[in-house]
Design a protein around this ligand. Sequence first.
Ligand code: MG
Length: 262
Amino acid sequence: MFPVDSSVVEKFSQVKAVYFDLDDTLCGYWTASKAGLRTAFDQNPVEGKTTDEMIGVWGQVFREFSPELKDQTKLFHEYLTSGTVTRTHQMQLTLLRVGIDDMELAHSLSFAYMVERDRNLKLFPESLETIQRLRIKYPLGLITNGPADIQNQEVDTLGIRSYFDNIFIEGEMRIGKPHASVFEKAANAVGLLPHQLLMVGNSFGHDIKPAIEYGWVTAWVRRDTDVPPSSANIGPEPIPTSGPMPDLIIGDLAELLPLLGA
Ligand SMILES: [Mg+2]
């Protein structure tokens, strides 16, 4: 990463609080998701299909289903409270795609997937030490999109709740990133100005682009493991060739420590 431009060093010297995204920033969500799907389909075999084929079909359905979710008002409101209904609905759609109409199997797959995904969820190797060191000097916060029950379950599975002064979950706020109100709420919680806030996240569209627009300092985390099962790409999200750019692009959270004097 080094040498870093002196203007970036100057911007980081103004930071007084740090906000992190959760999934694929602090922990390997897609790695856990893929392991969870594998075990779920191994334990609940679908006639005539291999586990790999079913993971592929799940990914295809996910790619179609998740962008539509926010337009399906009733389903989206249920999703904000609990991931169960949409997760099971997606399993049902996955089975229907291979000609199987079996709600009981969809429920079994959905439950096994949730349990195994949670069991496989791990912090990245440097995450804990990074937040432990930053916490001595800065108030820390989490801003995470997703259902209230699942995001809280993840925070507790990872054992990181006590490190964060503020935790903002889309499902609890009923609104998520990239909406301005979420970033305003986070700024108000620590009583700081936008240029005193650092956003660290893996999603350019949800974490980084809005934070740049709202005047925050930004560190975009790009890891090789950050690939959903639905993605045709084999690596992390491509770097945009135009438009606003983050202050920093990192592959490891520990790269933040020297810039933040921690
Ligand atoms: Mg993320």
